[in-house]
Ligand binder design. Structure first.
Ligand code: NAP
Length: 333
């Protein structure tokens, strides 16, 4: 099969399209024929040398895939079943979705609701999963209709979908972005307001800023998360999923001990079967009301991945980058 292979030797990184055999790690792995994959921030972290996240010197990249089951041990998955595949070590420590086929552990497969096409499953992808899991985490902690929810990294994959889903569920998402030229696009996605990254908090001379936000979805981390925490309203929650601005953060305990702010972690990689089912089912409920094409930055083949990874690293993307592998199934354009 054709695949996009990432390999590192002596500190030198080679990313290239190549013919490889699908590689099975466990006899219970499920073989999935991939219709679509997507390019994520994490793929750019994997395709770096050195890489803090990649666990093998050579592997097929791609943390995301959507396709149909080709063969599976046992009888709970019949050939042709439509699935989204993410998590485990896919595209990080074992071959991933930038290929025509992928072997994946059963726990990484989610059955797709009928309202989500294989293409749209990858418009959502791991990023959409993290975005919806974040919204559900805020709702579980009592987010009230109409709440002003700050979304950081708003033009990215997680951020743009968080804006979309929050708006569809009756909240007022405030989009924080470093790309002011994308303000209209964010308003069209459902943002109630668009602000710059420097407007997340005020009163820099004080420990805490004004209480501005009723909830927050943060995929940026680092200093941004610190600014966010110090401007949360009393008793509210931040759902954090990403590290675009850094995995380390210097902050104080005051938001937690004087404003009862909660910080909840979101994880799409080792999410339990119950969480996966809940999130994909909720994505299936909102899917009919989403203008998916407006969330797509571009659709590429394997040959476009290397330059897409460069664009992700440089922050030159808006929404999602789809990788089209196979043409055979349901509603592929
Ligand atoms: N926990 C999980 O399970 C999970 C799942 C999916 C993704 N993630 C993580 O979530 C993060 C975002 O992923 P993604 O796919 O949405 O990435 P993305 O599409 O590349 O979007 C990231 C966005 O962050 C903003 N940004 C970029 N550089 C920044 C900087 N230096 N400071 C502040 N903001 C910056 C940009 O938006 P603006 O220009 O609009 O500000 C950019 O579009 C990544 O760390 C990824 O690994 C985690």
């Amino acid at each position: 099969m054709r695949a996009f292979v990432i390999s590192e030797a002596n500190g030198q990184l080679i990313c290239e399209q190549r013919d490889v055999e699908p590689s099975r790690i466990d006899q219970n792995d499920v073989l999935v024929r991939v219709d679509y994959s997507s390019v994520n921030f994490k793929d750019a972290m994997v395709a770096s040398a050195p890489s803090r996240v990649r666990r093998r010197d050579t592997l097929v990249g791609g943390v995301d895939a959507a396709g149909v089951v080709e063969s599976a041990p046992g009888d709970d998955l019949t050939p042709g079943t439509r699935v989204a595949v993410h998590g485990g070590n896919l595209g990080v420590g074992r071959d991933g979705g930038f290929a025509e086929f992928v072997f994946a552990p059963r726990r990484c497969l989610s059955l797709l609701p009928p309202t989500i096409s294989l293409r749209d499953a990858m418009v959502m992808g791991t990023a959409g999963f993290a975005a919806m899991a974040s919204v559900l985490a805020l709702e579980d902690r009592g987010l009230a209709p109409g709440a002003q929810v700050l979304v950081t990294g708003a033009t990215g994959g997680v951020g743009s979908q968080a804006v979309t889903y929050l708006a569809l569920r009756g909240y007022a998402p405030v989009a924080s972005t470093g790309s002011p030229s994308e303000a209209k696009w964010l308003l069209d996605r459902g943002a109630a307001r668009v602000i710059s990254r420097s407007e997340i908090s005020d009163r820099p001379e004080r420990m805490l800023g004004s209480e501005l936000w009723d909830g927050a979805v943060d995929c940026v981390g680092g200093k941004t998360l610190h600014q966010l925490l110090r401007s949360m309203s009393y008793g509210t929650t931040v759902a954090v999923s990403g590290v675009v601005a850094g995995a380390e953060m210097a902050t104080t305990l005051y938001p937690f001990i004087t404003r009862a702010v909660a910080l909840v972690g979101i994880d799409a990689v080792e999410a339990t079967a119950t969480t996966r089912q809940r999130v994909w089912q909720t994505l299936g409920e909102v899917a009919p009301r989403i203008d998916f094409l407006s969330l797509v930055d571009r659709v590429i083949g394997l040959e476009g991945i290397a330059s897409a990874l460069e664009d992700v690293r440089a922050g030159r993307t808006r929404g999602r980058i789809l990788v089209h592998l196979n043409h055979h199934s349901d509603e592929s354009p």
